[in-house]
Ligand binder design. Structure first.
Ligand code: URA
Length: 208
């Protein structure tokens, strides 16, 4: 199983608070925002730098600046929206595309109902954002979709993953690196990650 688990103590602490069923909507949103920023920090650890010459009030010097591809965040609707603001605090100039998928009740295959991507999708480093990597089928469909739009450099950030989902992404898209705060035990018969945190969308938006 190929996945990078973000072990940072603050991430793990906040994840425990998110898992707690007594954590209400307001606190859940705030924690998700904070954890997304912390996870984004790890995710961007290897962004390339270049030396540029600048002049401080004291002297000229060569200093580091980001170079390389621009970033695009691609939240998968709707739970992915809960992590976007935290990530944008880190990279405010990133573009944001949105993908909406639903599951066909008969065939159970993911069907695209919304897709709006940056015009230069093919040139960007894209980070797909979805708090829950469950079966992995909708995320495989999201990656397929981005690749059809020319994307060549894709990462996936989620909060909690099921082993089943990680294995499916590894198998179908071995080039996509997965970052998560935890790989849980298994998926139950209703498609929930166990122990997980319940329905992430419902907990972010206060719906049932
Ligand atoms: N989606 C969720 O929101 N929660 C799960 O446990 C699985 C999929």
């Amino acid at each position: 199983m190929k996945v990078q688990i973000i072990e940072h103590p603050l991430v793990q602490h906040k994840l425990t608070l998110l898992r707690d069923k007594n954590t209400g909507t307001k606190e859940f949103r705030e924690l998700l925002d904070e954890i997304a920023l912390l996870m984004g920090y790890e995710l961007t650890r290897n962004l390339p730098l270049q030396d540029v010459e600048i002049e401080t009030p004291v002297a000229k010097c060569f200093c580091k600046m980001l170079t390389g591809k621009k970033i695009g965040f691609i939240p998968v609707l709707r739970a992915g929206l809960g992590m976007v603001n935290g990530l944008l605090k880190l990279i405010p100039a990133a573009k944001v595309g949105h993908i909406g998928l639903y599951r066909d009740p008969d065939t159970l295959t993911p069907i695209e109902y919304y897709c709006k991507l940056p015009s230069d999708t093919a040139e960007r480093e894209l980070i797909i954002v979805d708090p829950m990597l469950a079966t992995g089928e909708s995320l495989v469909a999201a990656i397929d979709l981005l690749k059809r739009h020319g994307a060549k450099d894709i990462k996936l950030i989620c909060l909690v993953a099921a082993p089943e989902g990680v294995l499916l992404i590894n198998q179908k898209h071995p080039d996509v690196k997965i970052f998560t705060a935890a790989v849980d035990d298994y998926l139950n018969d209703h498609g929930y990650i166990v122990p997980g945190l319940g329905d992430a969308g419902d907990r972010i938006f206060g719906t049932k």
